[in-house]
Structures are given as C-alpha cells and as structure tokens.
Design a protein around this ligand. Structure first.
Ligand code: HEM
Length: 164
C-alpha cells in the first residue's frame, strides 16, 4: 500500500517536473498544458482503462468513497464540508469518464474557474491525490490503470493551485 502510494507520488512529481521543464522551453507546449488544465481531454487510448474502472457505474461508486475520504481528511475537509458534494461528485464522474474515453460529456466549469477562489496550495492538491489513490485501491483498480488516470490529472495542478 505504502509502496503504491510512493510510486504514484513519484509519477505525479515526475509529470509535474516534466511539465515545468517543457513549459520553460516551448510556448506551444505551454498552450497545450493550459488547454489540458481548462478542459477534460478525451484520450481514446484510455478506453481499456475505462473498463478497468468499472465503466460509469464504477466511477459513480468510486466517487462516493473518494468524497468520503476528502471529508474525513483534515487537510481537505475545510474545502468540501460546506460544498455541494453531490454536484461535485457528478461533475467528477463525467470528467473522469470523458478522460477515460467513456460515453459521457463534461459540462462543468473549467478547472481554473472551479478553483479560483479556493486558495488551494500544493499540499492540498497532494492530499486530494492521496485520497483518490486510497479510494481507487479500495475499489481494486489495477495500479497501472490508477497511474494512467493520475497522469492525466497531474497537469491540472497549474489551474487548481492558486496559493504558495
Ligand atoms: C486534479 C485535481 C482536481 C480535479 C480534477 C478537480 C475537479 C473538480 C471538478 C470537476 C469540480 C466541479 C466543477 C463544477 O462545479 O462545474 C470541482 C470543484 C471543486 N473542487 Fe476540485 N478538482 C481538483 C482538485 C481540487 C483540490 C486539490 C481541492 C481542494 C483541496 C478541490 C476542491 C474543490 C471544491 C471545493 C469544489 C467546489 C467549488 C464550488 O463549490 O464551486 N479540488 N473540482
């Protein structure tokens, strides 16, 4: 369990590092990264991963545990305890479903708009990732499938984190 968390954390960190290194070098990459952060890009290569998550029903069930973790975690509870959790879960289902090339449409806000007034820092972001990993492991989602999703979420950090 610890090994898995550590491994995934290393992957997320590596993605973040690669993003910042690329962003310094190439403006087109920066634009691409901004586009990824603003929307929920569909990746047809992840269709098999959608099945490993148990399809849309699997995502609905995953999100219940993910949100329970977020409310139980003192690091993330302040953000979620007074929020419309049912709404956020529904948007997350659609967002993850689209990323994994499922038959869904994401009609929620851009990541920048949804998070701009929340004052989220890197520690908060990492806490949310850990709470998601915990939920995915509870749902027996294969480790490789978990990391495929996490690799898509990691670049969103630039839109979500607004505070040092
Ligand atoms: C990759 C990371 C993240 C993703 C993919 C994500 C995704 C989402 C989505 C899809 C929504 C709903 C947008 C809508 O209402 O249309 C949302 C809202 C929200 N997120 Fe995130 N989020 C991320 C990180 C975080 C973090 C780190 C926190 C706090 C620790 C957070 C706190 C919130 C809160 C409180 C709302 C509701 C805001 C409101 O009431 O308008 N999110 N997020």
């Amino acid at each position: 369990m610890f090994k898995y968390s550590l491994h995934a954390a290393v992957i997320v960190t590596a993605v973040l590092f690669a993003q910042s290194a690329l962003a310094q070098e190439a403006a087109p990459m920066l634009q691409q990264s901004a586009a990824m952060a603003a929307s929920a890009p569909r990746d047809p290569a992840l269709k098999p991963v959608f099945a490993e998550f148990g399809g849309k029903q699997g995502l609905v069930s995953l999100m219940n545990d993910f949100m329970d973790n977020l409310v139980a975690d003192p690091r993330t509870r302040p953000y979620f305890e007074n929020a419309d959790r049912e709404h956020i879960k529904a948007e997350l289902v659609d967002q993850f479903c689209v990323i994994l090339d499922g038959p869904c449409t994401y009609t929620g806000k851009s990541m920048a708009t949804a998070h701009r007034n929340l004052g989220i820092n890197r520690a908060g972001f990492n806490a949310l990732v850990e709470d998601l990993q915990k939920a995915m492991s509870k749902h027996d989602i294969p480790f490789r499938a978990q990391n495929k999703l996490l690799a898509k979420l990691a670049p969103m950090h630039s839109a979500v984190i607004t505070k040092k």
